[in-house]
Design a protein around this ligand. Structure first.
Ligand SMILES: [Zn+2]
Ligand SMILES: [Zn+2]
Length: 283
């Protein structure tokens, strides 16, 4: 499934308990590996949110594919608490295949940053799940002309620069945040996600009686989103990881009815379909 928001492109599939993976361009990094999907084989950097197999089982598959295609070394970035177990899983797969994969696993803690391209960094943050889990924010540095120089001709700007004057300033833009699996605790652990231009947020449960289940397994329920609706300043909110108990159509209807002020900015992503907002704005 493919989505586009300005110059940001997202490809991915997600259903709770089946698999969840995304690729984000630029720079083409992977957010989770699902059970192993071919489009991930192009990613040099795999950011793994946690060890549940619907998110992490695909790691050895992706490394296997990349080795087959003699791609450059892969970086696997994951919560520090699971790094050793992930290496064991990868090495067992390599032994099964009588192969040796070219990769490096790096354990991350909340607040750690990783450079992923020119002017691009990923920052890890803690989410609220039953096992150690990180979310990831893609940060983009842009250079803006200082306000006092706006409107000057390019000749004037060249001259200013020649004289050694600073004419631009760097600003950091939260291009995208991905929360992995999480309960509502993420809204207090990482309130900066409300400011990301695009927010990939799980929404596993829909009907009233399943709220307890969400609380127990640390997943989001639509009621949690309704409670925090006024805080979402995002240009686009992509809901994913819906339980197989629910139909995508029912989530779309519920979002339209219960999040009226947000619905025009909400996309739903499943395993074989995307539901755009009624207006279709921004895609
Ligand atoms: Zn999951
Ligand atoms: Zn999980």
């Amino acid at each position: 499934m493919k989505l586009r928001f300005g110059d940001l492109r997202i490809e991915g599939e997600s259903r709770a308990g089946t698999e969840t993976w995304f690729r984000v361009f630029p720079p083409g990094l992977a957010l989770d590996a699902g059970r192993g999907a071919l489009p991930l084989a192009g990613a040099r950097d795999l950011f793994i949110s946690h060890g549940h197999l619907d998110h992490a089982l695909g790691v050895p598959y992706v490394l296997s594919q990349r080795t087959l295609h003699q791609a450059q070394d892969t970086r696997v970035l994951c919560p520090a608490e699971i790094a050793a177990d992930l290496i064991d899983l990868i090495e067992a797969a390599a032994r099964l295949e009588r192969a040796s994969y070219r990769y490096r696993v790096e354990g991350l803690a909340p607040g750690d940053r990783v450079a992923v391209g020119k002017n691009l960094q990923v920052e890890a943050f803690r989410t609220d799940h039953v096992v150690p889990t990180l979310g990831f924010t893609l940060l983009r540095r842009r250079h803006h002309l200082l306000p006092e120089h706006v409107g000057r001709s390019s000749q004037e700007l060249v001259e200013l620069r020649r004289r050694g004057e600073t004419i631009t300033e760097a600003v950091e833009d939260r291009a995208l945040s991905y929360c992995g699996d999480t309960g509502p605790g993420v809204f207090e652990l990482a309130p900066e996600i409300f400011e990301a231009r695009v927010l990939l947020l799980e929404c596993t449960f829909l009907s009233g009686e399943l709220r307890r289940r969400g609380e127990r397994y640390k997943h989001l329920h639509l009621d949690d989103l309704v409670e925090h609706a006024a805080r979402f300043a995002n240009q686009a909110l992509v809901l994913h990881h819906l339980s197989r108990r629910h139909r995508m159509e029912d989530l779309r209807r519920a979002v339209d009815q219960r999040l009226p002020a947000l619905a025009g900015r909400v996309w739903l992503l499943g395993d074989d379909r995307v539901f755009e907002p009624e207006s279709g704005a921004g895609s």
